[in-house]
Design a protein around this ligand. Structure first.
Ligand code: SF4
Ligand code: SF4
Length: 266
């Protein structure tokens, strides 16, 4: 299905003539808008399968491009460039380079799930946005997002103690993302907690910072979770061929490092 939305056509592909008369009819300005033809030869034919192999992307193949997700999207209402329907279209066609042009805004999905509620094909577009953000990070196209860093801090703490201690999670997250703890909203939240929470609960929250409470007999569950995470990580790396990529890069680097004139084996 071709794209007809003018906002999605890159400005460099639009041509207008400021002064053009055809058969006596003045078609200057936007009346003479043409779209340059393009030849795309760098399809990633496995792109849809790669996104579908990550959590949330499983049902991307169901999309029939009705556009309801974009019409209802909270972020699109603020920024028309945030367009889930368009990205799903690009992924399904394997247009990786085109998708990468928007790599710096795809992570901005706020998981409001309005798109998921309205989607007539149960694509779960919110999941597809998450899977795409994850894909961008795993492929090295974008740095690790704050959302991923939060997930890591959260998971590490669960694995270590079998519990979540909120203030420690927040402190570790802010430290790893190099943000100041002294943010107005955080100070306000702590003030309100001090005023409103029962003294006993405040004391146990404070003590938890020094005595790290642990779930009893946690090691069995931790081992099971570690095994699961490891198998998922291996599965994702395999489906995205990340280890093959590494080997290819190593070979390329080795060939580049050869002294000039030395033949390389092919
Ligand atoms: S609402 Fe669903 S079917 Fe429609 S474009 Fe979005 S993802 Fe595709
Ligand atoms: S979940 Fe993300 S993509 Fe879906 S409507 Fe909300 S912001 Fe938009």
């Amino acid at each position: 299905m071709p794209i007809h939305e003018k906002s999605l056509i890159r400005p460099e592909n639009l041509i207008t003539n400021d002064d053009l008369v055809i058969d006596g009819v003045d078609v200057s300005g936007h009346w003479s808008t043409f779209i340059k033809t393009r030849v795309i030869s760098d399809y990633n034919e496995g792109l849809q399968d790669e996104i579908a192999s990550l959590p949330g992307g499983e049902y991307i193949h169901r999309c029939f491009q009705c556009g309801s997700c974009t019409n209802t999207c909270s972020v699109n209402a603020m920024n028309p460039d945030f367009n889930p329907r368009h990205w799903i279209y690009l992924i399904r066609l394997g247009m990786e380079e085109e998708l990468l042009r928007d790599k710096d805004i795809i992570w901005q999905c706020i998981s409001c799930n309005k798109c998921t509620s309205i989607c007539p094909r149960d694509v779960i577009p919110e999941g597809v946005m998450k899977a795409t953000s994850h894909w961008l990070e795993l492929k090295g196209h974008t740095p690790k997002s704050n959302s991923t860093i939060f997930d890591e801090v959260f998971t590490e703490q669960i694995l270590e103690t079998g519990k979540i201690e909120e203030s420690r999670t927040i402190r570790q997250f802010f430290a790893r993302t190099k943000q100041s703890l002294f943010q107005n909203w955080l100070i306000e939240m702590v003030k309100r907690m001090i005023w409103r929470l029962p003294v006993g609960m405040l004391m146990s929250l404070g003590l938890a910072n020094f005595i790290r409470p642990r779930t009893k007999n946690w090691s069995g569950s931790r081992d099971a979770m570690n095994d699961y995470l490891k198998s998922q990580n291996e599965k994702h790396r395999k489906s995205l061929k990340l280890d093959d990529l590494d080997i290819t890069n190593i070979i390329k680097q080795a060939q580049a490092d050869l002294p000039s004139g030395e033949p390389s084996s092919k």
